[in-house]
Design a protein around this ligand. Structure first.
Ligand SMILES: Nc1ncnc2c1ncn2[C@@H]1O[C@H](COP(=O)(O)OP(=O)(O)OP(=O)(O)O)[C@@H](O)[C@H]1O
Ligand SMILES: [Mg+2]
Length: 791
């Protein structure tokens, strides 16, 4: 019957999809390990591309789907030789997508069919089929067997514990011997191949006979276990009743072929409990649960819940190992070996470790690294773990808005788990780990599901964390030995009570020089190794790295820099692997060919130069940035128009700036009528920079003064500072980030409030060398420094 067409599993071009399916053909979904019988409703997983196409086609044509069991379940794309040729047609009642993303079709079996010929050229398996009808007339032979079958089935059901009453009712309601045989066959607990052979038994009488035999066997087994039951009960002595019951259960399980494993499993759990070094209270709880488990049949859904709970309990590191003593000199060596620069940060970390060493049980504050992405927060945390000989664990708090993610779910449903703190403790395998709580600033606010911040507070509070209660565990776990380190991009969004517990260490970002050094010492060797290149095979010049820093990245950290260096090396690796070259040297001129045209331009020169545009400096969570303030004038009635989605505070700055300019119009030489008959428009172009805060005041003032006097702003200056209506320049925050951003953008003169002069010492010496600073006390200082002299 098989034709010599190529295997249907072969991939076909999609144009075949348009070809109509012949009338006697169906689209086929191959399945593994399930057999669908006519009259039965079961969910089928439709995971494979071709299966989904088949289901879609059947729905489109409003025709039944063919369901075939794979004779080789391991084959991913079954061909005609990997499938049984007898199956069942089905209507799809409904599609559902499970929470884990898998698709299921709820199928209702209609009729047996036999494949006549597999068809090719469809994006799914298709076959011409012949339907197999069950006999219409029923003779007494069949009738008798059917009655017998029903009785036996009911008998089995009553012998089995925990069978829902509805099943018996449904069984009694099934009409006709054919339907009955299929219903029972579908229900029976036998292998898929055995079921397939029942499906392929077209002759109803033979099929009924086979089923009767199978059921009789099952009844025998169940009866034996009943007997054992009776026998044991006879000799029951109250004192060892429980023991006997357990014995009895084992015997039954053995009879059913499941016992051995179960017993071994329980013995292992018992051993694990004994060895887990749990505190007394916990051990008591564990043993109680183990007892429950012993009494439960393995097939019960609860069994696996209790079992995985016990696994959690036994695998948690309860024992308190004394952490290795902290060696400060060694810690310094590790920190220096892993990170370039960051002197102040390293010093604070060492101080922290020293205090920890002298007073291990003292309430040391929690370290919190704050800074833009890619400046080394995570990697410093890893170094601290290395330096103190502890394991490193990481918990990401970004987007956590449900308390249960931290504290776990109660054990009320299948699949509930401990929270991420306990999970990472288990992963670390010790209570003395360094645990990095990443992105505390992105922790969701308390709401409907309880407040994650308050759960976290409990984790971090030394008064409470020695008895931290995870909802899933239900018993206290001691977190006091964990060294917690938090990271964040910004400080302001960290909930207040949390921030109070923290010792904040800021990492503001690197200058181009520092980046070059980091690249030379760390990123280049690391990327070389990752691409499998030997240092002598590829050399990259400092000038080339500098060009990557300037023209292909714009960031406070070094993450993109590392990525671009990786891109360069991959390109080299390909060339060397091809054998076209032995050795490559990368110079600045080679970059455009590898990385494409430059990604960042010096924007400043492009934008400024016209009257009315000033360059401001902004602080952002990802480091500093420059921003442009543009002012324009048009005929009107003296209104101030503000655009660019400015925040309230920035709008007020603009108002204040305009008032200040008006107040100085005589000194600045602005004619009164140019203000009266005009509307002033201030715009801050879109960009990633948040546009609120008072620190753009000076830039607003300068932009307006420039517009109204017609004197352009010098293109090499950038400024930041708040203004008061009396014309004073007030101090602002984020000086280091802003100065570094100015440097990145190619600015040479930075105008800062006089009262920020004390922040100068934070600015890297090398940046100080390259920049000229103008310290402003009053807005008039800004005019003098920023506006070109000519009118
Ligand atoms: N001073 C430095 N010396 C050597 N390598 C560094 C330094 N700073 C950062 N790096 C390297 O830069 C990469 C990025 O750092 P890391 O992953 O620690 O950033 P992060 O601050 O945690 O960023 P995010 O906020 O995005 O998590 C790492 O490979 C790290 O080793
Ligand atoms: Mg990180």
């Amino acid at each position: 019957m098989r034709t010599d067409t190529p295997p249907v599993g072969e991939a076909r071009p999609r144009e075949g999809f348009a070809r109509p399916l012949p009338d006697d053909a169906v689209a086929i979904v191959p399945v593994r390990n399930v057999v669908l019988f006519p009259g039965m409703v079961i969910p089928l997983t439709v995971g494979r591309e071709r299966s989904r196409a088949a289901a879609q086609e059947a729905t489109r044509l409003q025709r039944p789907l063919g369901v075939l069991l794979q004779s080789k379940p391991e084959v991913e794309e079954p061909g005609q030789d990997d499938l049984h040729w007898v199956g069942t047609t089905a209507t799809v009642l409904r599609y559902i997508t499970a929470p884990d993303g898998t698709h299921h079709a709820i199928c209702s079996g209609i009729k047996r069919f036999r494949v006549l010929q597999f068809l090719e050229g469809y994006p799914f398996i298709a076959a011409r089929v012949q339907a197999i009808e069950d006999p219409e007339s029923i003779d007494t032979d069949i009738e008798g067997r059917a009655v017998n079958l029903k009785e036996r089935a009911v008998e089995v059901l009553t012998l089995l514990p925990q069978v829902p009453a509805e099943i018996v009712a449904t069984l009694n309601a099934v009409e006709g011997p054919a339907r009955l045989s299929d219903f029972i066959a579908g229900l029976m607990d036998i292998s898929a191949e055995e079921k397939q052979s029942l499906l392929e038994t077209f002759d109803l009488k033979t099929r009924l006979d086979k089923l009767l035999e199978l059921l009789s066997h099952r009844i025998e087994v169940l009866k034996v276990s009943r007997e054992i039951d009776e026998r044991t009960r006879e000799s029951i002595d109250d004192s060892n009743r429980k023991h006997l019951l357990r014995e009895q259960m084992r015997t039954i399980q053995k009879e059913l072929g499941e016992g051995e494993e179960g017993a071994a499993d329980l013995a292992e759990l018992e051993k694990a409990i004994a060895e887990a070094k749990m505190p007394e209270e916990v051990e008591k709880q564990a043993r109680k649960e183990l007892k429950r488990l012993e009494r439960m049949p393995e097939a019960a859904g609860e069994y696996s819940m209790v079992r995985s709970y016990l696994e959690w309990l036994t695998e948690l590191p309860w024992a308190a190992e004394a952490g290795p003593p902290v060696n400060i000199a060694e810690a310094r060596r590790v920190l220096d070996a892993d990170h370039y620069g960051l002197e102040k940060v390293k010093r604070r970390i060492l101080e922290f470790l020293a205090v920890h060493k002298l007073n291990p049980s003292g309430k040391s504050p929690i370290l919190c690294f704050v800074g833009p992405p890619g400046v080394g927060k995570t990697s410093l945390g890893q170094s601290i773990a290395k330096a103190t000989g502890r394991k490193f664990a990481r918990v990401s708090l970004g987007g956590v808005h449900d308390e249960a993610e931290i504290r776990g779910h109660r054990r009320t449903y299948i699949g509930s788990l401990p929270g991420n703190i306990i999970q990472s403790i288990r992963k670390a395998g010790t209570r003395n780990c360094v645990m990095m709580l990443d992105e505390v600033d992105k922790l969701g606010m308390g709401g409907f599901h309880g407040d994650p911040a308050s759960a976290l507070l409990e984790v971090l509070d030394p008064e409470q964390n020695s008895a931290f209660r995870d909802n899933y565990l239900g018993v206290p776990f001691d977190l006091s030995g964990v060294m917690f380190i938090c990271t964040a991009n910004v400080l302001d969004t960290i909930p207040g009570p949390l921030r109070d517990r923290m010792e904040v260490i800021e990492l503001p970002g690197y200058t181009a020089q520092e980046k070059l050094q980091i690249a030379r010492r760390y990123l280049v060797p690391r990327r070389l190794e990752a691409t499998g290149l030997k240092p002598e095979q590829c050399e990259i010049s400092d000038a080339a790295i500098a060009k990557i820093i300037d023209e292909y990245t714009r960031e406070a950290g070094v993450r993109n820099l590392e990525r671009e260096i990786g891109n360069v090396f991959r390109n080299v690796a390909v060339r060397i692997a091809e054998g076209s070259v032995q050795q490559v040297r990368i110079d600045p001129d080679d970059l455009p060919q590898i990385l494409g045209p430059r990604k960042f331009e010096a924007e400043v020169a492009m934008r400024s130069g016209l009257p009315g545009v000033a360059t401001g400096l902004a602080w952002t969570p990802v480091g500093g940035d420059i921003l442009f303030i543009e002012a324009a004038r048009m005929p009107g009635s003296g209104r101030l128009i503000l655009t660019g989605q400015l925040g309230e505070v920035m709008k007020e700055s603009a108002q204040a700036a305009l008032s200040l300019v008006k107040a100085r119009s005589t000194e600045l030489g602005i004619r009164a009528e140019s203000l009266e008959k005009a509307d002033i428009h201030v715009h801050v172009p879109a960009g990633a920079t948040p546009k609120d805060g008072p620190s753009a005041g000076v830039a607003m003032f300068v932009a307006l003064a420039s517009l109204l006097t017609g004197r352009p702003v010098r293109s090499d200056v950038a400024m930041t500072g708040e203004i008061s209506l009396r014309g004073l320049v007030l101090p602002i925050g984020g000086v280091k980030e802003k100065v570094l951003a100015a440097l990145r953008a190619g600015i040479t003169n930075v105008m800062l409030p006089e009262r920020n002069r004390r922040d100068l010492e934070d600015i890297p010496a090398e940046a100080r060398k390259q920049l000229k600073f103008v310290w402003m006390e009053r807005v008039d200082d800004a005019i003098a420094a920023a506006l070109s002299p000519t009118a």
